[in-house]
Ligand binder design. Structure first.
Ligand code: PLP
Length: 376
């Protein structure tokens, strides 16, 4: 840092120039983020100085968060769920597993493990490291859902939790949560559902999937407003079936306005909390359903267009993620990148991965299919 500051004008033009170097989302098909809704941006800006890490100073924001947790809980089958607005799926997953780890540690268990699908997000690798427990990875069935028989085989006396993914990061697949719930119930273990992506999609799909608190054995759910909830970044949400799990996370907080804190981070912005509340209140379930409908229409359009070129998806899309098989995926991804697109690739099977977020319009898909024809 220099001794003397620079002028606002100089700074602003520097910031604008840097911002222009960033991509806009228009041709970004690799991300699970999108433009936040304008009402979310408005609310975010209004609450920029609010710190929920010391929530006694911000009772207005705290009340919004409590109501928001009730709203998201009700969407996911339990309006009495408890939790908080986190920084995203990673923090939510860490906190879900940390709660049950702490509970079992108090009961005297030393060596612990959890079982996740092979398709689990890499946040579970961080969990293995941070929480000092083993993360066992269960194989998949032909449709890339976790194979429940393999999950059962991996369970031992030290297994404290199994995890199901409702909307896998790479393939947008939904694990058989009902069957995982039976396994969790029969073995008396915790079931965490990672619906970071799917939580704001699955309730609005034409097909019905059971994946939330309406299944008695589901103990916690991660769901990210900053993905398909059109909120500002960083907005995740961790929900527990009941309040007792929050006690497993609580630490005493001397010198603050509250006695204890359950979040992983300390200072915690109220801005994305207000943003999430605003966008969900503004859109309502009908608005969210319309957004999911649009994304699914574009998803089907892309698959139809690809099939017409002789390119087939790894699985028929369950939600708004399309994975396409090519003999030479990396070459195609590079050729698309040269045309301004950002796509990603999956690991196994290797495929081109396209996420159809709300910024993807019919025109986007038309242009993309054109370029795909030339790139393949
Ligand atoms: N879980 C799933 C299923 C995800 O798709 C992601 C991110 O894409 C995460 C967790 C991690 O979310 P974040 O990047 O917001 O921490």
């Amino acid at each position: 840092m220099e001794e003397r500051g620079i002028s606002k004008q100089e700074l602003k033009s520097f910031l604008k120039a840097q911002k222009q170097r960033d991509l806009t989302y228009q041709k970004v098909l690799s991300s699970m983020c999108t433009y936040p809704h304008e009402i979310a941006v408005y609310a975010h800006n209004l609450f920029l100085d609010s710190n929920l890490g010391d929530s006694g100073l911000f009772p207005g924001t705290k009340e919004i968060e409590d109501e928001l947790i009730r709203m998201i809980g009700a969407l996911l089958g339990n309006e009495n769920a408890h939790g908080y607005i986190s920084t995203g799926g990673t923090e939510s997953n860490i906190q879900a597993i940390r709660a049950i780890r702490n509970r079992k540690r108090k009961e005297g268990l030393q060596q612990m493990n959890i079982i996740v699908p092979k398709t689990a997000h890499f946040s579970f690798d961080k969990i293995e490291d941070i929480l000092s427990l083993e993360v066992k990875k269960a194989g998949l069935d032909d449709e890339l859902r976790v194979d429940v028989n393999l999950v059962e085989e991996l369970i031992d006396d030290n297994t404290i939790s199994i995890v199901g993914i409702a909307g896998t990061t790479e393939f947008g697949q939904i694990d058989p949560i009902t069957e995982l719930a039976d396994i969790a119930h029969n073995n008396d273990i915790f079931l965490h559902v990672d619906a970071a992506f799917g939580g704001f999609v699955i309730p609005f799909l034409d097909a019905e999937y059971q994946f939330d608190f309406s299944l008695d054995a589901v103990s916690s759910i991660s769901v990210d407003p900053h993905k398909m909830g059109l909120s500002t970044i960083p907005a995740g949400c961790i929900l527990f079936r009941d309040e007792s799990y929050l006690a497993d996370l609580a630490v005493n907080t001397p010198y603050l306005t509250t006695n204890e804190q359950c979040s992983l981070i300390g200072t915690r912005s109220g801005a994305p909390v207000a943003a999430t509340y605003a966008v969900l209140k503004y859109l309502g379930r009908n608005g969210l359903r319309a957004i999911v409908d649009e994304c699914m229409q574009q998803t089907r359009m892309l698959v139809r267009g690809a099939k017409a070129m002789g390119i087939y998806p790894v699985i028929e899309p369950v939600m708004n993620v399309v994975t396409l098989l090519f003999p030479d995926v990396d070459r195609v991804a590079k050729a698309l990148e040269a045309r301004g697109w950002r796509v990603s690739t999956t690991r196994a099977p290797k495929a081109l991965r396209v996420v159809i977020m709300p910024h993807v319009t019919e025109e986007t898909i038309e242009m993309f299919l054109n370029d795909l024809e030339n790139a393949k």
